[in-house]
Design a protein. Structure first.
Length: 471
């Protein structure tokens, strides 16, 4: 009996120390390493189990293996061919803002594109459905949420018709995002000949318990037209039908050579999920506009936190005005420092956040962060409901960043995200007008207001902030 108890004791502590050693050797953030080490040490059995469930190491290693194999087998994925613009051809006024993305992604700008904003599902869904209905060769959709309802049924019907026309229809849904839909509307798609796959779905056999890493990218490619941004497939993005409890968001229609790179991104995601990487044999679409674009893909498997560093780089390069709109604002220390520095050197820095967040604990943690920014001269507004899910960055009259990434730890460190840098004065002015319109309707937060909060409220905010790396 004593031998058995000793064996159990040693096994339990061996698991704890194995988790601690792994966290110390693989985590980039010391707070994360410390948190997981303490959890594994203080909660034997449960701590290592939580680390195994929520840790990112297994999927990260898998991502690294697949990306290495991809680069070796399909070189065109790693080096897409489209009209590139080397630094010597980029206008001098754009170089400082363009440089961080080029060095971090190892990609030049792609010129000759048209990027059109589509506000809310009321504008985005009709344009997307029209593109699906016009597609002859392929329809590729990747989304975090494909939620049952009228919008989902409309997409499913359009895709079924595309299959009947002979188009290659593929749908990639995040394994956790799929759980938002109680029914399984994609079953009808597979019965009609469409291909449906799930990104890292949690399952017992073969075991996959990592639920932290999600594919948060949103892409639709219909032949030579593509869409990307922040909108999922869900009824509540149609504000005309859900004016009070809906979700505000912005999506973008893209035409031109950048569509080829979005197609490449979808096929990379598809290959990650299926293990089968199709040749990138579709022709590069012809030029369609004046936008210079570059995709910024980020996710585990990379040794560099690309999005975090791109954000820091372009904020540091700003000289006049920075406008940010994001639903979840729990930025890294680096981004916080870049924003404070920008404000202190005289850059007008405006941040717009939801007045009512769908995740209250995120809002409370955010309130704990804001005083440091407000003291530096950053200005922050809360826009009125409905909840704003938009993720926009506009700088100095010509630079925009759009896509799926929030300014929080989950997007910057855990999720597979896709953003796009766009150099286009017209798009910048459109998005800046949208952000300024939200400011005009919103309420500015002041430092005095936050300092007047009661002690229980400040403690609540601080408690949520402590756990912000895990939110």
């Amino acid at each position: 009996m004593l031998f058995l108890e000793t064996l159990i004791f040693l096994t339990v502590h061996a698991l704890s120390w194995a988790a601690i050693c792994h966290a110390l050797l693989t985590k980039r953030d010391p707070r994360s390493a410390l948190g997981w080490s303490a959890t594994s040490l203080l909660l034997p059995v449960l701590g290592p189990a939580l680390y195994m469930l929520f840790g990112i190491s297994r999927a990260e290693s898998r991502a690294q293996r697949l990306i290495r194999r991809l680069a070796a087998v399909e070189p065109e994925y790693a080096h897409p061919i489209f009209p590139r613009e080397p630094p010597e051809l980029v206008p001098a006024r754009l170089l400082k803002m363009e440089l961080p993305g080029r060095r971090l992604t190892n990609r030049h700008l792609c010129r000759g594109n048209a990027v059109i904003p589509l506000y809310n599902g009321d504008m985005a869904y009709p344009a997307m459905l029209d593109a699906v209905n016009q597609a002859k060769n392929h329809v590729y959709l990747t989304t975090y949420i494909f939620k049952s309802g009228a919008v989902c049924e409309a997409f499913a019907e359009a895709m079924r018709k595309a299959v009947s026309r002979g188009a290659d229809v593929r749908v990639l849904i995040d394994g956790i995002g799929a759980l938002y839909s109680l029914s399984r509307p994609w079953k009808h798609l597979t019965a009609q000949g469409a291909k449906v796959e799930f990104f890292l779905p949690p399952r017992l056999f073969p075991p996959n318990f990592g639920i932290n890493l999600r594919n948060h990218r949103k892409i639709l490619i219909c032949d030579d037209t593509a869409f990307t941004g922040g909108i999922n497939i869900s009824d509540n993005n149609r504000l005309q039908k859900h004016p009070h409890d809906g979700i505000q968001d912005v999506h973008f229609r893209c035409r031109g050579p950048i569509v080829h790179d979005l197609r490449r991104t979808f096929l990379l995601n598809w290959g990650f999920s299926t293990g089968k990487y199709d040749p990138l044999d579709s022709p590069v679409p012809p030029p369609a506009g004046e936008s210079r674009c570059r995709l910024v893909m980020d996710g585990p498997g990379s040794n560099v936190e690309i999005l975090n560093e791109v954000f820091c780089g372009v904020i540091s390069a700003a000289r006049r005005v920075i406008r940010i709109m994001t639903p979840y604002f729990l930025p890294s220390h680096d981004i916080m420092a870049s924003l404070r520095s920008a404000a202190r050197r005289g850059v007008e820095t405006r941040i717009v956040l939801p007045g009512k967040n769908n995740l209250p604990y995120i809002h409370w943690a955010m309130l704990r962060l804001l005083p440091a920014l407000l003291r530096a001269g950053v200005r922050v507004w809360l826009q009125p409901p409905p909840f704003a899910h938009s993720k926009l960055l506009a700088i100095d009259g010509h630079y925009c960043q759009i896509g799926s990434a929030n300014l929080d730890a989950r997007s910057l460190h855990l999720n597979f995200e896709l953003n796009m840098e766009v150099f286009d004065a017209g798009l910048h002015d459109n998005l800046a007008g949208h952000i300024d319109g939200a400011i005009a309707k919103g309420r500015e937060i002041t430092l005095k207001e936050l300092e007047r909060q009661t002690l229980p409220v400040r403690l609540r905010n601080a408690a949520c902030w402590v756990f912000s790396p895990y939110l």
